[in-house]
Design a protein around this ligand. Structure first.
Ligand code: PRP
Ligand code: URA
Length: 216
C-alpha cells in the first residue's frame, strides 16, 4: 500500500521540485550550519504555505489605480506557531514571514539518548492558546514520541485546531502520531524509509538540532 493510500488526507507531502531540491542540500553532510539554517527557514515557509491553504477568506473592497474591485483577504484568524525546542526554533522565522501576526509558544522537549523517550523541560504558551489555530513545528518526526507529547500538551491546554509541520518523517512516526491524535493534520517534505537502531531517520539528515546550532 502506498503512503497516500495508507495516510489519506491527514498527511500532506510538500514535494514541490524546489522543496525536493532544497531538501537534498539539507540532507548533505557537507552542508554548513549557516546554509542548513537558511534551508530550514525556507522549507518552513513552503510548508506554512501548504498548511495555511484552508484559511478562510473574506471579501474586501480595494481601490486600485484604475477602479474599485472586490478582492479576497485572510479573515482575522488567530494563529499560533509552537516550535518543539530546540530544532523547531529553526522553522519559526520562515513561518512568521508568512504569518507575521501569529503568536509563538515554546515547548522544550529532548529525547533520551538511550530510551528515546521524550522529556518535557519547558513550556510557555500565549495566554489565549486554546482559542488559536496551532501549528506545531519540528524538522524531525522519528518515533513520534516528541510530537505526540507536544500534541497531548496542547490538547490539554484546550487547543482544538492542531497541525504538525515537519521536514523529514519516518513512516513509524507518522503512524504513531495519527493514532495518538485522531484529528491532527501532518505536513512533511518527505517520508523516509524508516529508522536505524538508534532511532535516527534513514536516510534522514542526522541530528537537526545539532546541525542548526552547530553543537556537534
Ligand atoms: C529531535 C527532533 C525531534 C525529536 C524527534 O529533537 O528535533 O524533537 O528528536 O524524535 P522522536 O520523533 O523520536 O521523538 P532532540 O530530542 O534531539 O532535541 P533537540 O531539538 O534539542 O536537538
Ligand atoms: N532527531 C533528529 O534530529 N534526527 C533524527 O533522525 C531523529 C531524531
Amino acid at each position: 500500500m502506498s503512503f497516500t493510500e495508507e495516510f489519506g488526507t491527514r498527511v500532506t507531502v510538500v514535494d514541490h521540485p524546489m522543496v525536493q531540491h532544497k531538501l537534498a542540500i539539507l540532507r548533505d553532510e557537507g552542508t554548513s550550519s549557516k546554509q542548513f539554517r537558511e534551508l530550514v527557514r525556507e522549507l518552513a515557509l513552503f510548508e506554512g504555505y501548504e498548511a495555511t491553504r484552508d484559511l478562510p477568506l473574506e471579501d474586501v473592497r480595494v481601490k486600485t489605480p484604475i477602479t474599485e474591485a472586490t478582492c479576497k483577504m485572510v479573515q482575522g484568524k488567530k494563529l499560533a506557531i509552537v516550535p518543539i525546542l530546540r530544532a523547531g526554533l529553526g522553522m519559526v522565522e520562515g513561518m512568521l514571514e508568512l504569518m507575521p501576526a501569529a503568536k509563538v509558544g515554546h515547548l522544550g522537549m529532548y529525547r533520551d539518548e538511550t530510551t528515546h523517550e521524550p522529556h518535557e523541560y519547558y513550556a510557555k504558551m500565549p495566554e489565549d492558546i486554546a482559542s488559536r489555530e496551532v501549528l506545531v513545528v519540528d524538522p524531525m518526526l522519528a518515533t513520534g514520541g516528541s510530537a505526540i507529547a507536544a500534541l497531548h500538551y496542547l490538547r490539554k491546554c484546550g487547543v482544538k485546531n492542531l497541525k504538525l509541520a515537519v521536514i523529514v518523517a519516518a513512516p513509524e512516526g507518522i503512524r504513531a502520531v495519527l493514532a495518538a491524535d485522531p484529528e491532527v493534520q501532518v505536513f512533511t517534505c518527505a517520508i523516509d524509509q524508516g529508522m536505524n537502531e538508534a532511532c535516527y531517520i534513514v536516510p534522514g539528515l542526522g541530528d537537526a538540532g545539532d546541525r542548526i546550532f552547530g553543537t556537534k
